[in-house]
Structure formats: structure tokens, C-alpha cells
Design a protein around this ligand. Sequence first.
Ligand code: SAM
Ligand code: SF4
Length: 331
Amino acid sequence: MSVGKIRYDWHKEEILAIYNTPLLELIYQAASVHRQYHDPKQIQVCKLISIKTGGCPEDCGYCAQSSRYKTEVKPEALLEKATVLNIAKKAKETGVSRVCMGAAWREVRDNSQFEQVLDMVKDVTSMGLEVCCTLGMLTGDQAKRLENAGLYAYNHNLDTSEEYYSTVITTRTYSDRLNTIENVRQTNVTVCSGGILGLGETVEDRVGMLYTLSNLQPHPESVPINILSQVPGTPLENQPEVPIWDVVRMIATARIIMPSADVRLSAGRAKLTQVEQAFCFMAGANSIFSSDDHKMLTVTTPCPDYDADAEMLNLLGLEMRPPFQKTLAVG
Ligand code: SAM
Ligand code: SF4
């Protein structure tokens, strides 16, 4: 294996072989690649703001916000800009450098709500923060408008392999997903795309998702790795826990095949101990989501708080990365 070179022609067999490398060797290789492209002391801390919660028409089998399932989440209106700015300000004061604004929408519509989101993007960006949006499907024109508002990143997860996708979601296709990613790529907005572990997928599905991501040219600048939060009322409520070593293998494999990407340990981190998180950082994860209200996506996806995270980073000798800092100019 040629470690550390940026390639867009990874084969599934190669990715599977990396994933199945003896664990400590895999972590060592991933840690080595990590050091070629990133300052290993730095972790980017992000804050997710659910600007429009619940009532989503899509049927994503894991999601608390789908209107098709009876979950604890009650549909809410779009947040006021002042509320969003307040949350962003507080987050910035604690060292957060990226704010991700999520909406439970199937797709963006060209209406006044989109205008309000564009306005939020402008104002949060002018606070000196990286702004990411995750609003569902986008047309090329909408991507351009987000770019003009100053958006730094757009999140649109593939979630799993092309083969397994329709088992989890039936209201859109894998190619719909790839289309939106392509529309974002046509602008200067960076791409954030990753997936979830624990949907009942096989190792081949995990590899399949990484295969699709690593064959995008350029690679997504950001790859979130979520661990399923089993939400009562959803079809995936009874899925078993993902073994920690699967999480570490997934992070390490993503790190090796997409060396310059930020690999984000995202949903489900609250389930992990400090030692387990330390292994994830060793394997190349260089970003976390933190919160002051213990919530991440919705009330049902818990998230560790700022103080506990600051304490953990301090203990591990890690520091928070400032906004807009690129990867090391090597490789
Ligand atoms: N509606 C938009 C979309 O689907 O692109 C954005 C919001 S959605 C909450 C963003 C991502 O959160 C999903 O793609 C999925 O990876 C993750 N997610 C949602 N519910 C989750 C859960 N219960 N456990 C883990 N990850 C979850
Ligand atoms: Fe809607 Fe996004 Fe949840 Fe799917 S993941 S149901 S698109 S909010």
C-alpha cells in the first residue's frame, strides 16, 4: 500500500484490505498519514444548530425528524436569525470554529425561508466563523446563491453504500445525493460528506461508501463518521451498538484514503469514553461536535458539552483549531 498519497482511483479491494489491516498496524498507518497532512495537536470543534427541526417528508430510517415516524421530536418553525446569531456567538466564545446549520428539509425551495437562511449564513460568516449548511437537496443555482452568501461548506451525507441505500431511505436515490454534491462542487463551497455506522450495513457497504467518496475528485474536504443513535419510533430503533473497533477502523480507513480531509467524529460520540475517543483521534479523527445543551441533531441525539470537551482536549494535549485554517501544505 502506498501510504499518504492522494489518489482518486481506489479499488474496493484495496479499501477492504486497509479496513481489515491488523488493528494496531492500521492505527499506526493512519496516524502516520494524519501527521503528513495535519497538525495532530489540532482538533476542530463544531457546533450544530438545528435551524428547522422535525416534520421532514423523507423516510430516512434512522432519523428522529422524519414525519413518517412517531418520535419525540415535534416539528418547529425556522429559528429566528437573532436566536441563531446568539447560539453562534456563545459557541465562538468557547472556541468553536465551525457552525453547521441543519434543516429537516427534503430539498431547498426558492422561498422566503431560503432567503432567511442566506441571511443567517451572511451574518454568521461575518462573525469570523466557518459556516456549513445541511439543508437537503440543492440545485446548481441554489448552491451558487449559498456561495454568494459566503457559505464555507455544504454537508450532504451519502450515509452508506449505493447498494444498501434503498434499504434505509426510499424517498430519494444515491444519484440524487451525488447530484447535489456535484452542484456544490461547481462552486467554491467545500464539500462535507460521510455516513453512519450501525444501520445494519456490512463491512462491504462501509467500504462501498468510502469507495464512492474517495473516487470523487477532489475528495470531500470533510468526512463525518456518525455512529447511529437509535431513535425510538424509527425503523432502526433496535439496531445493536457498533463495536468501538469498527468505528476506529472506519476512521483510520477514511484517513488513509482521503489524507487531506477533515475526518469528523460526529453523531454518537456521547456514547464513547475518553479512552475510546482518544483512539479515534489517534486513528485520524480531527474534529468533534460539541454543545452547551447536550443536543446535537435533535433532542434524541445527545452531544457532550463544551466544558467536558475542553477538559478532554486539555487532558489529551490537544487544542482547538482556529477557523479557516487549511491542512498542512505537504503531501
Ligand atoms: N435533511 C438534511 C439531509 O438529510 O441532508 C440535513 C439534516 S440530517 C439531520 C444530516 C445527517 O445527520 C444525516 O445524513 C445523518 O448522517 C445524520 N443523522 C441523522 N440522524 C441520525 C441518527 N439518529 N444517528 C446518527 N446520525 C444521524
Ligand atoms: Fe429529513 Fe434529513 Fe432526517 Fe432524512 S436525515 S428524514 S432528509 S432531516
